[in-house]
Design a binder for this molecule. Structure first.
Ligand code: PGA
Length: 256
């Protein structure tokens, strides 16, 4: 069974040719002895189709980075869940801190997006995380709690195998400074308990909690060694296929 999930978030990087080269590089390096890790690539919308073709027949999964909660309509510039399914996506990132911070997404919006993704059988990767100020003010749990309840409000108890959580402290994203393993362990443990309260232990056990924020080949092994870390969401380091595959490999060696 795949116990870990490693996701490449390419953000707004690369044209189609670059996306295909990156996807092919990952595919080639993971090769036939594909590790027991769920590996997901999240290119920009414009490269979904070419990357889909480049990974066809492999065990790589395709994700979008965002969606709108309506299935269709007069929403210029937006893309709905069924459209993403149609484009070959199995996953979608929801509530990334850049969406919240730069594009004004609220916890309510994130909840609507999450529900739309689940309705369309897309696996949402729900991102939550505190800012530096929130952490310094001792408001980390309060922030995470509000983000979780906003996003999961309408979600029924049956989330087994259809939801992924990503804890991404905003201060660690793109800064080169990852959260310390002890910090990650503590926060993931708290998130797990929050999920147990909401969904019950049997369901909560099946929701992977990934860490994100300056993950790279140098720190991947120590993050993989944290018992509460079920994988990682990788930004910058996923733009280099060798670095990304090194990170995947760091998560493949652990016993279930
Ligand atoms: P980073 O980004 O790895 O570049 O810090 C992570 C993310 O934003 O998902």
């Amino acid at each position: 069974m795949e116990r870990h999930t490693v996701i490449a978030n390419w953000k707004m990087h690369g044209n189609q040719a670059e996306g295909v080269a990156l996807a092919r590089g990952v595919r080639r390096l993971l090769g036939n002895r594909f590790p027991a890790v769920e590996v997901v690539l999240a290119p920009p919308f414009t490269s979904l189709e070419t990357v889909r073709r480049a990974i066809k027949g492999s065990r790589l999964h395709l994700s979008a980075q965002n969606l709108h909660w309506q299935p269709q309509g007069a929403f210029t510039g937006e893309v709905g869940a069924d459209m993403l399914r149609d484009a070959g996506c199995s996953h979608v990132i929801v509530g990334h801190s850049e969406r919240r911070r730069l594009f004004g997404e609220t916890n309510g919006d994130v909840g609507r997006k999450l529900a739309a993704a689940l309705d369309a059988s897309l696996k949402p990767v729900l991102c939550i995380g505190e800012t530096l100020r929130e952490r310094r003010d001792g408001r980390t749990r309060q922030t995470l709690s509000a983000q979780l309840s906003g996003a999961l409000k309408g979600v029924s108890k049956s989330v087994k195998d259809c939801l992924i959580l990503a804890y991404e402290p905003v201060w660690a994203i793109g800064t080169g400074t990852n959260a310390a393993p002890a910090q990650v362990m503590e926060t993931h443990g708290w998130i797990r308990q929050a999920l147990v309260r909401r969904f019950g232990a049997a369901q909560a056990r099946h929701i992977p909690i990934l860490y994100g924020g300056s993950v790279n080949p140098a720190n991947a092994s120590e993050l993989a060694a944290v018992p509460e870390v079920d994988g990682v969401l990788v930004g910058g380091a996923s733009l280099d296929h060798r670095s990304f595959v090194e990170i995947v490999n760091a998560f493949s060696g652990r016993e279930a």
